[in-house]
Design a protein around this ligand. Structure first.
Ligand SMILES: Nc1nc2c(c(=O)[nH]1)N[C@H]1C(S)=C(S)[C@@H](COP(=O)(O)OP(=O)(O)OC[C@H]3O[C@@H](n4cnc5c(=O)[nH]c(N)nc54)[C@H](O)[C@@H]3O)O[C@H]1N2
Ligand SMILES: Nc1nc2c(c(=O)[nH]1)N[C@H]1C(S)=C(S)[C@@H](COP(=O)(O)OP(=O)(O)OC[C@H]3O[C@@H](n4cnc5c(=O)[nH]c(N)nc54)[C@H](O)[C@@H]3O)O[C@H]1N2
Ligand SMILES: [Mo]
Length: 822
């Protein structure tokens, strides 16, 4: 099939297929300039690390260096394809500014030191804080980008050895709402659907999910269905014009923050027009009467009034999903980070439950993940959950952990729900949290209201450890910086959005003295001399595989049961979907096929919350409501966002992603192909709003509200009126700058009451034009949702450096893994 510029054509060449057929193979490969297939000495199995899709790939190694990547043709997830970020960003691993030695703060400055000095300082401070403040003085803020083995080790150290409740991940910012929505509806986290559902669905609905840019390989699968016989029809719910909306049969562009009203409008139509699957509802759910009652207040006219969507379009959307023979829905940040996040995401589950659209090929829900390993943070209990999706308010579940770890049950905090990240920041601000260990996340750019975050993390009272690959904005605030090995330099497993587990093996050595996160945590545990009740070391494992085996014991009998998976199987077979047990050795493609949910009172992960207030249900209340563990139809009424547009701050600010950059750009900003495609922050406005401001493409704008200010060049796009979009990828200029370029200078300290996920997608801002662009367009890509609606902007191209091999066969001279392609 030849070579393609995958910056200009991010989704690559079409390989059309029809409904129910197998998605054709297309193997994407990118090797360093001058390296040919036969120069590659080893291909090391891994998967993509720059989104949640879990695209299986092999890392090419020559001369002790990573020299490229190639998609794995036999893997169930990607059938050989990889996305532009994964094709190019591996170059960042070898970046000359990687951290090569630990840093400690001396007289205000970070200076290089050795591991003993750095670890001694961490251990000494840990002991001091434990003595003076107890376990509640200690906090761990981790990631959705480490490996399963590392999270489980962190969870055991934090919850079992130290006994602090303050362990959370940046998954709180990412998919806490996905987890909570799944718990509310089905009793437990765990994705009901499968990527294979794309092959069978005739209607696919994407809610607040710009899949084309954020899971580009999965979108390629949909594009290939759209290009084949019997294409699916698409529903898109997004206030911007995106590649998804361009492909949609029905596009609803709500005012940001009004998803719940819109969903209630859709459910109103399904219920009042009696499009409900009564048999399914009666057999498998509780709560239908309350739901019907609640949505009665949201006829399309009312839902449309609130959301600014034409009532006819709401009817058309309801008609579209109701007409599906097999309906697949996906949900992401446009719901999870917006007003009433959990309540809105739950209504998508409700659509599936009332239509009986679950557990069959093509009929499924994907409450998507964002980060590559977020599923593992959640299942291992390194975020605000207990390991193995155990219920913190179920005494028996906590006792299981105490037995597994051989510690006193009272030592594992379960007096309150695990502390969420925003609350940890609050404790640090108030001074009760004195030690914070940040791993694989860059909160000085990614948390809301950065001026506040800088002041909390930079406070002398807080001892801040930052473990990263680079000297990030957050590392600059740290007391100790630890240099970590990353993907390709260490071994571990991780699980994608559709429960597929992959092994990522070490391909090359990390730079300098950098060490794997797992080794660092285990070293800390030894130096702290953590012991179980019998005086044995805790944790009692020593490497990735022994950590994985320990995790398997923890997962046994829970929804995320890994007991049938081994490193050897992952190495030889490729991705396997959990649960995988001796009863289901091939893994499990879909959950809840016979209705059987994880919602019975004794097994469920959560008794649920009031969606408006977040108040948790008492165990007895849950038992009464759902004694036999059916799915729960949970309803909620609309309430406006806490911050809406005003006369002074007339625009609603939404923030999000572009295809070519990943988060705070520590990797994608260091690969020329990706960096050049979107090198600098920009702001998107509609044509009408731009005219009203007297601004043209490329003009410099200032966005401001009481929390901060930033400047960005204007791109005029198909976004809805009254809304301004900023990519959140670009870190601030310098620590003292009062005016930055990070979107989070302007976002608000606020979170969803049920999931505690911060609201990154509704804030109010003023926008004014500062300087004319003089014909220079905004530094925004043209191939994406940022596509200009005005002429004269040159198209985004990568050129020869971005040319990638796309072939039905593997590149020359390379062996392939056997696999279980779906
Ligand atoms: N290229 C790229 N891919 C990524 C990542 C990345 O950084 N770059 N990050 C990964 C991670 S961690 C995540 S979490 C995912 C996120 O993946 P997505 O959720 O797809 O990405 P976002 O751009 O955050 O938001 C999606 C859409 O939500 C819309 N939106 C904003 N407010 C609202 C609202 O109130 N209602 C509705 N209905 N829509 C709204 C925005 O217009 C935007 O197009 O992407 C993953 N993949
Ligand atoms: N305004 C706004 N803010 C947002 C969002 C938004 O849409 N809008 N989205 C939110 C979401 S969904 C997310 S997921 C977050 C992401 O926000 P962050 O997690 O802060 O972003 P990253 O840049 O991915 O940070 C990961 C860090 O880990 C480092 N790293 C990578 N691999 C390893 C490793 O193996 N070990 C160690 N120790 N370090 C490693 C990287 O160098 C990087 O510094 O941002 C959130 N913030
Ligand atoms: Mo995320």
């Amino acid at each position: 099939m030849g070579r393609r510029d995958r910056i200009a054509e991010p989704w690559g060449r079409r390989t059309p297929y029809g409904r129910g057929a197998s998605w054709p193979v297309r193997v994407d490969a990118a090797l360093e300039d001058g390296i040919r297939g036969e120069d590659v000495e080893r291909w090391v199995p891994s998967a993509s690390i720059l989104h949640s899709n879990g695209d299986a790939l092999d890392i090419a190694v020559a001369g002790g260096r990573i020299v490229g990547v190639r998609g794995r043709r036999d893997d169930r997830v990607n059938h050989g394809r990889i996305d532009p970020k994964d094709l190019f960003a591996w170059r960042a691993n070898a970046s000359p500014d990687r951290l090569r030695a630990p840093l400690v703060r001396r007289e205000g400055r970070l200076v290089e030191t050795d591991w003993d000095t750095a670890m001694d300082e961490i251990v000494r401070t840990s002991r001091q804080v434990l003595d003076r403040h107890g376990p509640g003085g200690m906090g761990f803020y981790t990631s959705g980008q480490l490996f399963l083995e590392e999270y489980y080790t962190q969870a055991v150290i934090g919850r079992g050895a130290i006994g602090t409740n303050h362990v959370d991940g940046n998954t709180r910012l990412c998919t806490a709402t996905a987890a909570q929505a799944l718990k509310e509806s089905f009793g437990s986290d765990g994705q009901p659907g499968s990527y294979g559902d794309i092959d069978h669905a005739d209607v696919i609905a994407l809610y607040g999910h710009n899949m084309a840019e954020t899971q580009t390989v999965l979108w390629s699968r949909i594009l290939d269905r759209l290009a084949g016989p019997e294409p699916p029809r698409i529903l898109c719910v997004d206030p911007r014009r995106t590649p998804v909306s361009e492909a949609a049969t029905v596009h609803l562009a709500p005012l940001p923050g009004t998803n719940l009203a819109l969903m209630n409008g859709i459910l109103h139509e399904l219920i009042t027009r009696d499009l409900v699957d009564r048999d399914y509802v009666d057999a498998h759910t509780v709560g239908f009467a309350e739901l019907a009652d609640r949505v009665r207040d949201y006829p399309p006219e009312e839902a449309g009034r609130i959301s600014g969507v034409d009532p006819g379009d709401i009817r058309a959307a309801a008609q579209l999903v109701a007409s599906a023979d097999r309906l697949l829905s996906t949900v992401l940040e446009g719901f999870y980070q917006s007003n009433q996040a959990t309540a809105a995401a739950v209504q998508v589950n409700n659509v599936h439950l009332v239509l009986g659209m679950l557990g069959r090929p093509g009929a499924g829900v994907l409450q998507m993940n964002g980060q590559p390993t977020a599923q593992n943070t959640r299942e291992c209990g390194a975020n605000g959950d207990l390991p193995g999706f155990r219920n913190w308010s179920n005494e028996a579940h906590v006792a299981e952990l105490a037995e597994l770890w051989n510690v006193d049950v009272m030592h594992i905090p379960h007096y309150a729900p695990p502390t969420h990240a925003m609350q940890m920041i609050r404790y640090a601000e108030q001074g009760s949290l004195r030690f914070l260990w940040v791993t694989a996340t860059n909160p000085a750019v990614s948390l809301p209201e950065l001026r506040r975050i800088r002041s909390v993390l930079g406070d002398d009272r807080l001892f801040l450890v930052v473990q990263d690959l680079f000297r990030t904005e957050t590392a600059e605030l740290a007391d100790v910086v630890l240099p970590a090995a990353t993907w390709g330099e260490k071994t571990g497993t991780f699980t994608n959005s559709d429960r597929t587990v992959h092994l990522s093996a070490k391909a090359v050595d990390p730079p300098g003295a950098a060490r794997s996160d797992l080794d660092i945590f285990l070293d800390y545990a030894r130096r702290m001399d953590f012991r179980d009740a019998d005086g044995n070391p805790l944790p009692n494992w020593h490497d990735p595989e022994s950590a994985f085996e320990a995790w398997k014991r923890c997962s046994a009998g829970r929804p995320c049961d890994y007991t049938g998976i081994t490193y050897e199987r992952l190495r030889t077979e490729g991705g396997i979907q959990w649960p995988c047990t001796s009863d289901s050795p091939e893994g499990t493609e879909r959950l809840y096929t016979e209705g059987g949910f994880w919602a019975a009172p004794d097994v469920c992960e959560d008794y649920g919350k009031d969606l408006l207030t977040g108040a948790p249900l008492e165990p007895t209340e849950y038992r009464t409501m759902n004694p036999s563990g059916k799915a729960v139809l949970k309803a909620a009424g609309y309430v406006p966002p806490h911050e809406s547009a005003t006369a002074e701050l007339p625009f609603v600010l939404i923030t999000g992603r572009t295809l070519y950059q990943f988060h705070t750009r520590t990797k994608t900003g260091r690969a020329a192909q990706l960096n050049d495609a979107a090198p600098e922050v920009w702001a998107e406005l509609s044509r009408g709003d731009a005219e009203r401001l007297g601004a043209a493409e490329g003009d410099l704008l200032e966005l401001a509200n009481p929390r901060g200010r930033l400047r960005a060049r204007l791109r005029i796009t198909g976004i809805r009126d009254g809304t301004v979009f900023l990519p959140f990828h670009y870190g601030y200029w310098d620590q003292d700058a009062d005016e930055g370029r990070a979107a989070n200078e302007l976002t608000v300290t606020d979170w969803d009451p049920a999931s505690k996920q911060p609201i990154f997608k509704t804030a109010a801002v003023a926008v004014r034009r500062v300087v004319a662009g003089e014909g220079t367009p905004a530094p925004a890509p043209t191939t994406t949702a940022s596509a200009p609606v005005t002429g004269g902007v040159p198209p985004t191209r990568g050129g020869p450096a971005a040319e990638v091999d796309e072939s039905p066969d593997p590149v020359e001279g390379a062996g392939h893994h056997r696999g279980n392609r779906a």
